[in-house]
Design a binder for this molecule. Structure first.
Ligand code: DX5
Ligand code: ZN
Length: 218
């Protein structure tokens, strides 16, 4: 399977969101990456349900919703109703992660877990076979446009080993500071999904930039 590209709408033009959504619809991108921040789990507030509802109306590809919020359990059914296909919660925000993951699946979505840069892969040992996606944060969550943390490569390899060892079907997603400079090494280490915000929407030609990322083969 070739790698999947998930442009992050956090870096889109919010005053022309429909235009940016159509660009992604008509590009080689595979998923829409949608960052929901609550100003509590992370030091920033992005957007919430009404905006996701508007996005879902126009988006024709998989909606990959990344929750950077405390108490995500409270909103699982709401996100399912809004059309999320994949719901990713943070390991650091979930006391009863196994229960949360089961609830996401029971609501009909694929379940993802995101790890902050300081959180080791080993914490997923006893839940990896239940997961559809692990999102390795390659920046501290909260903002787009930050620089990629190099320690990520090591974590990708460790996660790939864990997935192989447990025969899990889980995908490895990388989120933060992804560019054509590091994409190759990430895919080589085992990444399956590349999230890119500012690199795509800050480019002169976002459609071509998505294609450049898509064409990277390790
Ligand atoms: C960061 C978000 C990312 C962000 C990535 O908290 O989870 O998805 O939009 O943006 P870039 O690609 O600009 O680092
Ligand atoms: Zn994200």
């Amino acid at each position: 399977m070739s790698n999947l590209i998930a442009p992050s709408l956090l870096a889109a033009d919010f005053a022309n969101l429909q235009q940016d959504i159509e660009m992604v619809n008509n590009s080689k991108a595979d998923w829409f990456h949608i960052d929901v921040m609550d100003g509590v789990f992370v030091p920033n507030i992005s957007f919430g349900m009404p905006v996701l509802k508007a996005i879902a109306k126009h988006a024709t590809k998989t909606l990959d919703v990344h929750l950077m919020i405390v108490n995500p359990d409270k909103y699982i059914n709401t996100f399912a109703d809004l059309g999320a296909d994949i719901l990713t919660v943070h390991y650091e925000a979930c006391t009863h992660l196994h229960r949360t993951v089961q609830a996401i699946k029971a609501a009909g979505m694929q379940a993802g877990v995101a790890l902050n840069p300081h959180t080791p892969i080993a914490v997923l040992e006893d839940i990896i076979t239940e997961l559809d996606v692990v999102c390795i944060m390659s920046v501290n969550p909260g903002f787009g446009g930050q620089s990629f943390i190099e320690n990520t490569y090591k974590k990708v390899s460790q996660l790939k080993h864990l997935i192989e060892f447990t025969a899990s079907n889980c995908k490895i997603e990388i989120d933060g500071g992804v560019t054509t400079q590091n994409a190759n090494a990430l895919i080589e280490a085992g990444a399956n999904v590349l999230v890119a915000g500012s690199f795509v929407f800050g480019a002169e030609n976002p459609t071509n930039t998505i294609e450049d990322l898509k064409n990277i083969i390790a």
